[in-house]
Design a protein around this ligand. Structure first.
Ligand code: AP5
Ligand code: MG
Length: 298
């Protein structure tokens, strides 16, 4: 682990239902605009979604939940840049200092980083986390997607208060190679300090300290938040805009899942999730034969 990660992971974990944050949970609201959620009209729609929000709002956490449950792919520009940095690529060498100090990389570089991956996802459902981050990037992305006939279909804004976010960041640990995110009080690793899937060590992000975090938040207000107004006014008829607010992702998750399922009824759950549910249902002896057959034929 790096020097910055020297702080020991405490084994004193609490579940979300035990945290003071959950007890002080703010009311939730979901506001949407844009196209209607007409199921017939949306049957063939592909999810091409922006997960939009402040640093630490939960973009990575909620994208990972969607990806785990549904056949959706996600691209996080922060994770991509951290991989470039770890591999010492040309982009990585340029990104290292900018990321560590909470700045933003140039728009044209970011467009290339993103589209080199995005262009491979024909007819797939996808989520972009962390891009676009400036008006320039928003316009570049729109132009790129329009020329390919694949415009955005959903923009989700995670509206979480600054105070809530600041308290989360000091508790965040990450598995760098995969981008998996943990939080000591919210979703701790099964074994302290180690990634659940690989058993590899978790680290602190170099930009997760109060001083740099304040800079990232400033950048968000100065450069990124104007994008919301842009999407509200410029979004084509095919793009739905939704704002989800609440103090925890556990409050936001049911709203997000409901929105995505209603707007994209053709989204499929991942097979392993169905199997897990099937095993559970079978053990409870509540599943019918026909449901069993339909669940296992995928
Ligand atoms: P990036 O990695 O994208 O950072 P960010 O936008 O600042 O967002 P974060 O990853 O910090 O937060 P998140 O919203 O994903 O929250 P998370 O789910 O982890 O970018 C890093 C840097 O790369 C940038 O600063 C910039 O330099 C560069 N960069 C990236 N994209 C760029 C672009 N397009 N243009 C130019 N430069 C770019 O959650 C946060 C914490 O909260 C976690 O610990 C999590 O476990 C916890 N948490 C989540 N939900 C809850 C809950 N319900 N209760 C308690 N804790 C919770
Ligand atoms: Mg993230």
């Amino acid at each position: 682990m790096s020097k910055a990660s020297a702080r020991p992971l405490t084994p004193q974990y609490r579940t979300i239902s035990q945290t003071s944050a959950s007890q002080k949970a703010l009311p939730l609201s979901l506001k949407t605009s844009g196209t209607s959620a007409n199921a017939g009209e949306n049957k063939s729609k592909i999810l091409r979604m922006l997960m939009f929000g402040k640093p630490g709002a939960g973009k990575g956490t909620l994208s990972a939940r969607l990806v785990k449950k549904y056949e959706i792919l996600s691209l996080s520009t922060g994770d991509l840049l951290r991989q470039h940095i770890a591999e010492r690529t040309e982009v990585g060498r340029m990104a290292e200092e900018i990321v560590a100090t909470g700045g933003l990389l140039p728009d044209d570089i970011m467009l290339k980083v993103v589209t080199s991956k995005l262009d491979m996802l024909h007819n797939k459902h996808w989520i972009l986390d962390g891009f676009p981050r400036t008006l320039g990037q928003g316009k570049l992305l729109d132009d790129h997607l329009k020329t390919r006939g694949t415009p955005l279909s959903l923009v989700v804004n995670l509206d979480v208060a600054d105070e809530v976010i600041l308290s989360r960041i000091s508790d965040r640990w990450v598995h760098l190679p995969s981008g998996r995110v943990y939080n000591l009080s919210y979703n701790p690793p099964k074994v302290p300090g180690l990634d659940d899937a690989t058993g590899e060590p978790l680290t602190k992000r170099p930009d997760d300290n109060p001083e740099i975090f304040a800079r990232r938040l400033e950048k968000f207000y100065a450069s990124t938040s104007p994008l919301l107004a842009y999407y509200k006014t410029e979004a084509s008829r095919t793009t739905r805009i939704a704002s989800l607010s609440g103090s925890t992702s556990d409050e936001i998750w049911p709203q997000l899942e409901g929105l995505v399922r209603t707007s994209f009824p053709n989204l499929k759950e991942r097979a392993e999730t169905r199997e897990q549910r099937l095993r559970h249902s079978l053990s409870d002896a509540v599943i019918s034969r026909s449901e069993h057959d339909s669940l296992t034929k995928y």
